[in-house]
Design a protein around this ligand. Sequence first.
Ligand SMILES: Cc1cc2nc3c(=O)[nH]c(=O)nc-3n(C[C@H](O)[C@H](O)[C@H](O)COP(=O)(O)OP(=O)(O)OC[C@H]3O[C@@H](n4cnc5c(N)ncnc54)[C@H](O)[C@@H]3O)c2cc1C
Ligand code: HEM
Length: 508
Amino acid sequence: MASKQLKEFTFEEVAKHNKEGDLWIIVDSRVYDLSKFVNLHPGGAAVLLVETIAGRDATDAFFGLHRQEVLYRPQYARLQIGTIKGQEPLIKPLATDALSQVPYAEPSWLTPGFSSPYFKESHHRFQKAMRKFVNEVVLPDAIRCEDNGKRISQEVVNKLGEMNIIGMRLGPGKHLKGKTLLGGVITPEEFDHFHELIINAEIGRCGTRGYIDGILAGNVIGLPPILNFGSPELQAKIVPDVLAGKKFICLAISEAFAGSDVSGMQTYAYKDGNEWVISGTKKWITNGVFADYFTVGCKTDDGYTVILVPRSDELSTKPIKTAYSAAAGTAFVTLDKVRVPLSNTLGKEGKGMSVILSNFNHERWMILTISLSTHRLIVEECLKWSQQRRAFGKPLNSQAVIRAKLAQMIARVESAQSWLENVTHQMNNMSYTEQSDKLAGTIAFLKQYVTSTGRATAEDAAQLFGGRSVTQSGMGKLVENFHRTSPYDAILGGAEDALRKMPKNARL
Ligand SMILES: Cc1cc2nc3c(=O)[nH]c(=O)nc-3n(C[C@H](O)[C@H](O)[C@H](O)COP(=O)(O)OP(=O)(O)OC[C@H]3O[C@@H](n4cnc5c(N)ncnc54)[C@H](O)[C@@H]3O)c2cc1C
Ligand code: HEM
């Protein structure tokens, strides 16, 4: 916002400044002097000099073409010279910890007057602090990096470490013992999968899919095998640095030869004395470009074995050009006779498949909670846009066909949210092993539901935003990002599971 002294004007006074060289307009009771800016205006000078805009209240025209954030960018905020006498701006930036007032923009547990059997006072406290943190610390970096393709900035990583968000993203567990969580908003004893869900949901609201993976998704999937299957010495060496944001890890399972069918892996490890010698390639490895450690799935003489491999001259990475931002650090990894000690083995030799599979539930749950949150953000975008965009003399949302689309979008996010909350509750009440046994199918189905309904909303949203849904800046930027990247959520984290555990004696 402009900090200079603002004057008050009447509509009549503003109306006198309606020509080239002397051009004022009103947007939401704020008066702007565009006399010099007019020739720099990205939308051109001509549109500002017409009779219906120059010297007039251009609020509707403005919000039909710009996101409100344009008004808050410093270079444009300083064009404001005053306000309209006796009026207050209606449209203001929300406080960084505020909830959206748009119906269905927040899940019901965050909607005033609604209650929830799952979310307690500590979740509300945590959500408020997390939203503030994401809006103030993460979002500006997310917008910048999504655009320029650079990895998450180290200052943000350091703050994620300080707040212990890197650790909390792995879920509840011994790694949080004695830690101060989010500046002390909750205790490690209070922390459960609903707090973790909140972290994912708040991150999902950035709407910048490449950066969202770049915000250390590699740690979330690469570190649990160390925590659950690594030796105490290995854990002591690796875990503290990763949790503090000093080092990065990633999960390197997929290969050009093997994705859904992990058993097709060709990366081969053999023993030479007290070392593993590993050769092969890995593909689509999130954060691999900047990772220091790689949790690598290998074929070994007696099955599959997962081995921790530090970056070295024998392990090289190169970025893979994907349709989402290079901020994700997606890599092709080449291992050329890499030598690591046998003590870097995670779990039992030859039993790597169970290490890999045990990781999948949590990974899929993380992907879908983020995806659903971005999906909800897109619904909010559509609700706002269909209200502010006028066509054929009416807002878009006055058309029955548009209202039907909006209703379907809302039903999709609400149904998925209810299912997600139920699953998360089960996770809170099951051990890690029980989760693998009982929830694998359900989480796979939920992921399938969230991603397929997300695709349906992405299509509807793109239609609703028209041409704006293909531009990476301006009104439709979030819809464009979701439409381009939401198919990823169906792919990463593996193929969708088949129905398991049908009783053998079940008959019609
Ligand atoms: C952006 C991105 C990030 C990724 N990050 C990582 C990472 O960090 N680490 C990592 O190890 N991997 C990562 N992956 C790889 C990802 O896990 C694989 O792409 C995924 O497992 C699918 O494997 P695939 O691409 O080889 O497809 P394929 O296995 O070739 O499958 C092709 C298609 O067939 C379907 N399909 C396969 N088997 C069946 C079946 N039995 N029944 C029905 N349909 C089937 C699949 O669903 C898919 O639609 C990432 C992928 C992407 C796109
Ligand atoms: C305070 C006044 C204004 C400022 C600071 C401003 C700024 C901008 C900016 C930054 C853009 C680039 C797109 C974006 O980032 O969203 C833009 C585009 C545009 N503006 Fe403005 N603008 C103002 C007023 C207006 C008004 C009153 C009109 C009315 C007709 C207008 C019409 C347009 C058009 C047609 C575009 C192109 C939109 C597109 O490509 O989709 N602008 N403006």
